[in-house]
Write a protein that binds this ligand. Structure first.
Ligand code: UDP
Length: 425
């Protein structure tokens, strides 16, 4: 699109480092989204700088991914892991360093795309200090999340107020599913402009491995009925429902049932509490012999797990989008998911998988069993799932739609600040 010029844009994700190892502590879908969107936008002609906070002194301050895309880690509080609920007080420092960075580089970003409510606040504050266009993706809405948890954090009031101000004032909010868009309208505000652009997945990375080859590589028996979970260890992910469903499975004892729960960090880290809780439920239900916890699954091995599975289960209590569901689908593996949020959009019941009410272990057991018991149907669902991801969920198409949106918002007709910086490629 830009033959000789490139527009510099900033993706801001204070709490979700796009260059981090995914699957542990709080690193998950948001990190993947920012990274993949950043790469894809760079390929489509933008000069992309992705900003996050530095959470360890061992981390490089700048990671150059390619000539058009880099991650920049700014100081905001001590260089250590700080949970999302405790980051707000460090945001002013992030803004100071962002401005210093612009000054050192000799340019100002004309467009920023912020991610999660913390970064939306950063963006709204920056907008008071310099002319810019702000696009925002929530990744999670406090107004929905707080309905499904009992231990609402102290920061909740602040978060809800920021999310409302964001929807009402930024140039465009990106909803990643029709359900998220509806939640915003009903629970956050009737004001503000929303555009629905889903998340994507790497259709080249997933779906290229045969089930039998994947099983051989992972040492999983060819006759096993393999049920897979991939994701962070967080209560809202509903892993307990999955474990209880597997314990109730009618195939238990008859078939070689295998439950693989992938993700999570090394012992001693913040998500260890949930991991230990899940491990104790596994033990209590007598599932230790058929359950494995392979830990964090890196990029190289993850496609093998999806390919090896008979069914991938996403039992979340709340899921704004749910990348794991489309990754499994891209791998020709049907998905059994909670009928919440974006999962209702990505998983088409009886076509690409099945939906069940969240926390309903009996319904999950029935859904899982019906797929495991019928390999022909499993394969049909898997094929349709792969087709759906190819048509609807590629990062290329996500970036193309974002490019259209940014270009529209940056156009002079949309009263773009005249001082926007255009730099030579
Ligand atoms: N993930 C990973 N390795 C793991 C666990 C998770 O790479 O061990 C990735 C997973 O492939 C997906 C992301 O983390 O891309 C999780 O995104 P999702 O939207 O499903 O959940 P979130 O983390 O946003 O709640």
């Amino acid at each position: 699109m830009f033959q000789n010029d490139r527009y510099r844009i900033a993706l801001i994700s204070v709490d979700g480092d796009p260059a981090a190892e995914i699957g542990q502590e709080e690193a998950g879908g948001q990190n993947v989204y920012v990274r993949q969107v950043g790469y894809a936008l760079a390929e489509q002609g933008w000069q992309v700088d992705m900003f996050t906070r530095r959470s360890s002194l061992e981390q490089a301050a700048i990671v150059q991914h390619n000539s058009n895309c880099r991650t920049i880690r700014l100081k905001a509080g001590p260089a250590e892991f700080i949970g999302r609920d405790n980051l707000f007080e460090h945001l002013p420092e992030f803004i100071t360093h962002f401005q210093q960075f612009q000054q050192q580089q000799g340019f100002c970003y004309s467009l920023i795309h912020t991610n999660y409510w913390l970064s939306s606040w950063v963006g709204m504050e920056l907008k008071k200090l310099q002319p810019l266009v702000q696009v925002h993706t929530y990744h999670s809405l406090g107004a929905v999340k707080y309905r499904s948890i009992s231990d609402v954090p102290l920061i909740a009031t602040q978060r809800l107020a920021v999310e409302k101000a964001c929807l009402e004032t930024v140039d465009r909010v990106v909803a990643t599913s029709p359900q998220e868009q509806k939640d915003m309208r009903i629970l956050v505000s009737s004001k503000g402009q929303i555009e629905m652009i889903p998340c994507g997945t790497d259709t080249d990375k997933f779906g290229k491995i045969e089930r039998s080859d994947a099983r051989e590589k992972l040492g999983i028996a060819q006759d096993a009925k393999m049920v897979l979970y991939v994701g962070r260890f967080d209560r809202r992910k509903g892993i307990e429902t999955l474990v209880r469903a597997v314990a109730k499975s009618s195939l238990r004892g008859e078939a070689n049932l295998q439950l693989v729960i992938g993700g999570g960090s090394r012992p001693g880290q913040s998500d260890g509490i949930e991991r230990d809780r899940i491990a104790s439920i596994v033990a209590e239900l007598g599932l230790e012999d058929c359950t494995t916890f392979p830990g964090r699954l890196n990029e190289a091995i993850l496609p093998f797990y999806y390919a090896a599975a008979d069914v991938c289960v996403v039992p979340s209590h709340y899921e704004p989008f749910g990348l794991v569901a489309i990754e499994a689908m891209a791998s020709q593996t049907p998905v059994v998911a909670s009928n919440v949020g974006g999962l209702q959009f990505t998983v088409v019941p009886e076509v690409t998988g099945l939906l069940a009410p969240p926390k309903d272990e009996v319904a999950f057991a029935a859904a899982i069993d019906s797929i495991l018991a019928n390999p022909t149907w499993r394969d049909q669902l898997g094929k349709a799932a792969q087709q759906r991801t190819e048509i609807a969920f590629s990062w290329y198409s996500v970036a193309s739609r974002l490019t259209q949106l940014y270009t529209h918002l940056l156009a002079p007709a949309a009263s773009v600040p005249q001082s926007r910086t255009r730099i030579a490629a």
